[in-house]
Structures are given as structure tokens and as C-alpha cells.
Design a protein. Structure first.
Length: 171
């Protein structure tokens, strides 16, 4: 009887154990750098940008994401550099939720360009796809491609193809 109770307790403990799963944190902040191609329309030329990212994991592979880009494109009309700021908010779906995370998503963007001839405002919508790779439990590196179609009342549709690299910290 003396060895039966500890054996029974051990057996119950082993049956109650569930498999271990890696858990990643569900908030992130990061920096990104990339290239925005504006196709030399009447508004802007192509330019590099620096971005500030954030994400929040919701459930079932979905994340709410935000990216604010700061860029200094050339105005093709005047030939001078202008300042552009482009905050966006979107959702992405993680195809795999492990150390390597490919995803697809869509963003709603706003682009404000400060020009000498007057400011320009655009609202954009576009799909994106990317890949994030965790190099530690809380740090990831990634790459992203995005297409945006920006609309404005006083200018024609502005399209942009965006490529970027990111580094994020999860907490």
C-alpha cells in the first residue's frame, strides 16, 4: 500500500500534463526602413523611408498592425525635396504562428505631403504580404511588400509599391 499511493499520484500527474507549446508575446514595437515607388506621377518621385511599427495579436492568427512612414521624396514639378508622413492601420493574418511567420494583410493608409505649392492629402488602401523570422524569443526580423492606391480629391490616383525590412521587439 505504501508504494501504491505514490505510484498512483505519479500516474495521475503524468496523465494530467499537456504538451508544452512555445508562447510568443502578443505586442510588438519595431523600426522599418524601405523604399516607396510612386511611379513619378505629378505628385511625388520614389523615395526611401523610415517607419515605426506596432502590432497587437488578437486571436486565431489575426493581428492589428500600425505603421507610420516618414519619407522625403522629390516633387517632380519643382525638383525640390518634400516631406511626407504616411500613418496606416491594418490587419494581417499569420499563415503560420511559429518561429517563421509568413502573413498576408490589408492596410488603410493616409499620406500627407508638405509642399511649397500647398499640402497634398491622400487616403489609400492596399494589400500586403510579408515574412517575420524570430531570431530570439522576443526579437524578430522581417521583410514586407505592399501595394497602395491613394485617392485625393484634386489629383489623379496615386499608386505606390512599397518594400521594407523590419526589426521588432515583442513583449
Amino acid at each position: 500500500m505504501r508504494s501504491f499511493l505514490p505510484a498512483l499520484a505519479l500516474m495521475a500527474a503524468l496523465l494530467a500534463v499537456t504538451p508544452a507549446h512555445a508562447q510568443f508575446a502578443n505586442h510588438s514595437l519595431g523600426l522599418s526602413g524601405g523604399y516607396m515607388n510612386f511611379n513619378n506621377t505629378a505628385s511625388l518621385s520614389s523615395s526611401a523611408f523610415i517607419g515605426f511599427d506596432a502590432s497587437l495579436y488578437i486571436e486565431g492568427g489575426f493581428e492589428v498592425v500600425s505603421l507610420t512612414k516618414l519619407t522625403f521624396p522629390r516633387d517632380p514639378i519643382t525638383g525640390r525635396r518634400v516631406v511626407g508622413i504616411a500613418p496606416s492601420v491594418g490587419i494581417r493574418y499569420l499563415l503560420i504562428e511559429e518561429t517563421i511567420r509568413p502573413y498576408i494583410g490589408a492596410d488603410l493608409s493616409y499620406l500627407h505631403v508638405f509642399k511649397d505649392s500647398g499640402n497634398s492629402n491622400f487616403v489609400g488602401l492596399g494589400p500586403n504580404a510579408g515574412l517575420e523570422i524570430f531570431v530570439t524569443d522576443s526579437v524578430s526580423l522581417g521583410a514586407r511588400a505592399q501595394f497602395n492606391a491613394y485617392l485625393s480629391l484634386n489629383e489623379r490616383v496615386q499608386t505606390s509599391l512599397i518594400f521594407s525590412g523590419t526589426a521588432a521587439v515583442y513583449f
